[in-house]
Design a protein around this ligand. Structure first.
Ligand code: H2U
Ligand code: ZN
Length: 342
């Protein structure tokens, strides 16, 4: 295949196509010349997530020292209480949606996001993700862990934090991944993402970083310019099943990946990231492989982003930069965070 020519690549996990137009932008570029962002303060008296500060609800945060999880004051979902009727009209269907929303502060330090925390602090975040998933998984089918980072992604506050939404229903994207992985397992007799991670490590062209347990790749079918998929190299369906060693190596690779993101354009790299694992209450999970998606919006600099508009909204995602080039760019930046280096 001539990869300089427009072509489409298939996403076997998401069950969709992406259009590649690499001839539009053949060579990798350097980020614009600019001053690196200054470090934010480690405490902001106006921040509703800093320790000891008042939240919008009027509640005061404790003087927390590590990770701090609290029930979202403006939850998108409510625990099952009043029955909302299911409606089966073919044109106007509806069903009740019960759930819970929590906020997770990664650190009391207002100015340190994942790449600037140390491995012990990142491990505490991983442990909290596992504990919350395990707890909520006893009551809900899906526990969605995610982090919205940066104003460009609509994040309301720079304090390092993520969110956890647990739902009684299985959301659409999880349902698609359930079906694509189950179909692959039925046809191939093996796990799609376990097969993929070993092939990607052997090929090496789309790897960003890897260690003995994990690999971060720019997927063959990535639609965002610097999109990555974080994959375990061992079979595992759900986050709470990670053992201590696998959590430690996860904390390390999370640091390595997000450091490379920040170093690419010397800015606090915006993204939405989140974890996907087997829905709870389902015993057959051999086809399911835990993984995280990182979707960063930036394209050529700290301020120039890719817009998913026009053709993307109406037809299918399109990209110019090859995933192989994006992986190469992320591999070639230093592995020490630029703020620590300067
Ligand atoms: P972002 O991750 O998009 O910045 O959202 C932060 C969440 O924090 C958001 O869901 C919640 C908002 O509802 N929040 C509180 O629970 N309490 C507050 O005092 C402000 C924000
Ligand atoms: Zn803060």
């Amino acid at each position: 295949m001539n990869e300089d020519r427009p072509h489409r690549r298939y996403d076997p996990l998401g069950g969709k196509w992406v259009l590649l137009s690499p001839h539009r932008l053949r060579r990798p570029w350097q980020g614009e010349e600019r001053e690196p962002d200054p470090s934010p303060p480690s405490y902001d008296p106006e921040c509703y997530l800093c320790p000891g500060n008042k939240r919008a609800s009027g509640e005061t945060n404790p003087d927390y020292e590590g990770v701090y999880v609290f029930a979202n004051d403006f939850p998108a979902l409510l625990p099952e209480s009043e029955e909302t009727a299911t409606q089966n009209d073919p044109l106007f269907q509806s069903e009740p949606a019960a759930g819970e929303c929590h906020v997770i502060c990664f650190s009391p330090d207002h100015g340190k996001t994942l790449p600037e925390l140390n491995d012990t602090q990142r491990l505490a975040v991983v442990d909290a993700w596992c504990a919350e998933t395990e707890k909520l998984g006893q009551r809900y089918r899906n526990v969605q862990i995610f982090e919205n980072k940066g104003a460009m992604m609509g994040c309301s506050n720079p304090h390092p934090h993520g969110q956890i939404w647990a739902t009684a229903h299985i959301p659409d994207i999880l349902q698609i991944e359930e079906e694509t992985q189950a179909a692959y397992f039925a046809e191939q007799g093996s796990s799609m993402l376990l097969d993929l991670v070993e092939q990607e490590i052997a090929k090496a062209e789309r790897i960003v970083v890897n260690n003995a347990d994990w690999a971060a790749i720019v997927p063959w079918w990535a639609s965002w310019p610097f999109e990555t998929l974080l994959l375990p190299r061992f079979a595992i369906a759900r986050m709470p099943d990670l053992d201590h060693g696998q959590r430690k190596s996860l904390a390390e690779i999370l640091g390595a990946l997000t450091t490379r993101y920040d170093n690419l354009f010397q800015c606090s790299f915006p993204y939405s990231m989140g974890w996907h694992g087997a829905p709870f209450g389902q015993s057959e999970t051999r086809h399911w492989q835990l993984h995280a998606h990182f979707y960063p919006p930036l394209l050529r600099s700290a301020s120039v982003r890719k817009f998913m508009v026009g053709y993307e909204m109406l037809a299918e995602p399109q990209r110019d930069l090859l995933p192989e080039q994006a992986a190469e760019m992320l591999r070639s930046v230093p592995d020490i965070h630029y703020r620590q280096a300067s």
